[in-house]
Each structure stands twice: as C-alpha cells, then as structure tokens.
Design a protein. Structure first.
Length: 383
C-alpha cells in the first residue's frame, strides 16, 4: 500500500476511533448512552463462531445470505456456511490467507479477496475451491455476481469482470484516482445489463455489463478545499437502486439521486458518509461520518430527521428491520430507531465486541458479525 493510501487509512481510523489524528488534545469522547423506553426487543436465536474474527485493520467483512444459508469469513481466511434457521455449521474452508474483502455470493459461488490481490471463488454448496485469480490490486468491497459475471473493484480504481464459473477475465475498466483516498471502495451495483460503480473521485459510472464500455458518468460530489485531505470525496458505501433512480453518498460531500438511464442528477443534499445507504418506502437512511443517523426524502432529498445521540460511537451502516432502522456500534449494541422521527425504539447488546460490519436483515431476523467473530441471529419482538 502506498504512503498516500496509508494516510487515507489513518484518517479513516482516526475518525472512527474518536481519537485525534495529531495529538491527544484533540481526542473526542464517544457519546454515552442515555436510558430509553424500549418498544421493541431483540431475542438471540443462535450464535456461531467465525474463525478469529475481523482483526485490527478495520475490516468490514459483511456476511452474505443465500436461500437457507448465511456465509461469513474472518480476516485470516476461514470461510463458513451455516444454516440460517439454526446456526448449524454446513461447511468450513481454511484459505490461510489474510482477507481484505468479502463475502460476495451468486451463481453458486462464494467469493472473497485477499490482501495480496487474489480473488478466490468457492462452491456455495460444499466450499470446494472453484478457481482463483490475481487482481490488479487489493479489493476491500465484496465481489458482486450477475449474468454469469463476478465484478470486483480494487483500491486503484479498476473494475474487473470475471466469468463466475471459470474465473476467466472478461473485461476491465480503470478510472483515474485522486492522490489521497480513504481505504475502501463501494461494491458495484449490478442489473441485468449494467454495472453502476462509485469511485474515490466522487464520480458514479454506468458500464455495459457485457463489455465494460462506459455508458455515462455523473458527479455525485465535486471535490472542494485547498488540501488533499479536504478534497477527499470517496464513494465507499453501497449504492441503492429504486424505481429508476440510483442513490449514492460520499465522504465530505453529498447524497445524490441520479437517473439510472442517463446519469442526470435530480437532487443532492449535504452529507459526509463512508457507509452504505438503506431505504424503506419513501425514505432513505444514512449514517454520517460522526455517527449520526439521518433520514432523507427519496422524492426531493429533504432531511427529515437526524439522530445525534450516537456521536462517534463507530456506528455501522444501517439496515431496515421490519420497518425499523437498525445500526450497530463499537460496544456491541444494536440500536433500533423509529423511521418516522428517529427516536430510539429499542436497544440490545448483542456482543461485548464492536459491531462494525453492516448487519443483515431477513424475515424479521437481524444477522450480525462482531469483531471477535461471533455471528448471531436476532429476532425482533414487540414489547
């Protein structure tokens, strides 16, 4: 990793740890949790151990759901498949490689990427290795699979498409990268015939899925400021697509709604985020760089509410759980927020270690992976 990329990692870790980058005098204390009146609670259905956990390099190795199974990986290369209903281990594979990105799933494949630039595909059925290939650089976001292709973006701004069955390279697309970026990338968003990719330059590109040719390019955020630090505008969170609009957020930038067909920006609102977005009906939900959870109107981008009580608690990307907004934090708490006004509707400590990996939601069950490697299934219940 270059010195510039390392500085980007330092910036990211400094922001999330609540510690000043340059001196102890700049330390910021995370908010203390205030008592709430819980309207909902979470019941732990099961938990399972995934290897040695996520390590100390700020991994966000989100699990992946496919049918009746959930797949997860630890930072040392232990890949597991467990039953969603019971947590029972189906198979385990030891890759014995330090992992930087995962888990991608689709077309019968489970994909993870290693720090040395390898992309490894396993059989979703039994974990046997299907193929592995060398990437141009390190990938931190999970590969995405559609139409027989596995797409992965690396930290040097290159998007590569591989045959999901054989691993053969089909095409690649390279975008110019700024001098200084955060250490991370967004995962490509795939449709039947297009790939939408967010870059560290603050640009969103639409690529032809079959050929990799550029269809259009749109600016989510224009870099501003005199220093390279001030001009960081990475799109690191996952993109959202709904009813012909793509929603994207950037660090030190904006959240924008962009036309899927032609790349025209319909609206944008100020927001600094490196997390993924989620949606529920007419609203978007985001977590900003300071840990506040923010709701926006999907129609015009108006800010609807902002919950600031989780300030600098290293809040995870949000997900929607039976209409509620759910986020994890650095002390292992899951916070449930009302989607109408953002008040806390519930809280549950799922683990004693951090819950930085984005939680997953399916059928009123929340799946979390803690930093120590505990994979848990939590069922929502109303008080």
């Amino acid at each position: 990793m270059s010195k510039l990329k390392s500085l980007g990692l330092l910036l990211l870790v400094g922001l999330l740890s609540g510690c000043g980058l340059w001196s102890s005098e700049e330390e910021i204390e995370p908010a203390e949790l205030e008592p709430i009146t819980a309207e909902y609670q979470l019941k732990k259905l099961w938990s399972a151990q995934v290897g040695s956990g996520l390590g100390e390099k700020y991994h966000q190795l989100q699990p992946a759901l496919l049918s009746s199974r959930i797949f997860a990986v630890d930072y040392q290369g232990t890949v597991v498949a467990v039953e969603r209903d019971s947590g029972k281990l189906v198979w385990k594979r030891e890759l014995e490689l330090p992992i930087s990105g995962g888990v991608g799933i689709g077309n019968g494949r489970v994909l993870v990427s290693a720090y040395d630039g390898q992309l490894i595909a396993l059989s979703a059925l039994d974990g046997t290795e299907a193929w592995r290939t060398r990437l141009n650089s390190e990938a931190t976001a999970p590969a995405q699979v559609a139409s027989g292709l596995a797409l992965v973006q690396t930290i040097d701004g290159q998007v590569s498409a591989f045959d999901s069955q054989s691993g053969e390279l089909r095409w690649s697309y390279a975008a110019p990268e700024p001098l200084l970026t955060l250490r991370g990338d967004s995962a490509p968003l795939l449709t039947a015939n297009r790939a939408y990719v967010g870059f560290s330059s603050g640009k969103l590109a639409a690529l032809d899925l079959a050929t990799g040719e550029l269809i259009w390019e749109s600016l989510v955020t224009l870099p501003e400021g005199r220093s390279e630090l001030e001009r960081i505008v990475d799109i690191d969170g996952s993109l959202l697509l709904d009813q012909g609009l793509i929603y994207a957020g950037s660090y030190q930038g904006r959240i924008s709604a962009i036309s899927e067909s032609e790349g025209r920006r319909l609206w944008s609102s100020p927001l600094s985020t490196f997390r993924s977005l989620t949606q529920n009906g007419l609203n978007l939900f985001a977590v900003d760089a300071e840990g506040s959870v923010v709701a926006f109107s999907k129609r015009n981008g108006d800010e609807l509410w902002k919950q600031e009580a989780l300030y600098f608690r290293q809040v995870s990307s949000p997900t929607v759980l039976d209409g509620l907004v759910a986020v994890g934090d650095y002390e292992g708490y899951i916070h449930l927020l009302d989607p109408i006004d953002g008040h806390f509707a519930g809280r549950y400590r799922a683990d004693s270690s951090a819950l930085l990996s984005p939680p997953l939601s399916r059928d009123n069950v929340l799946y979390t992976l803690s930093d120590d490697g505990t994979l848990s299934a939590l069922q929502l219940q109303k008080n």
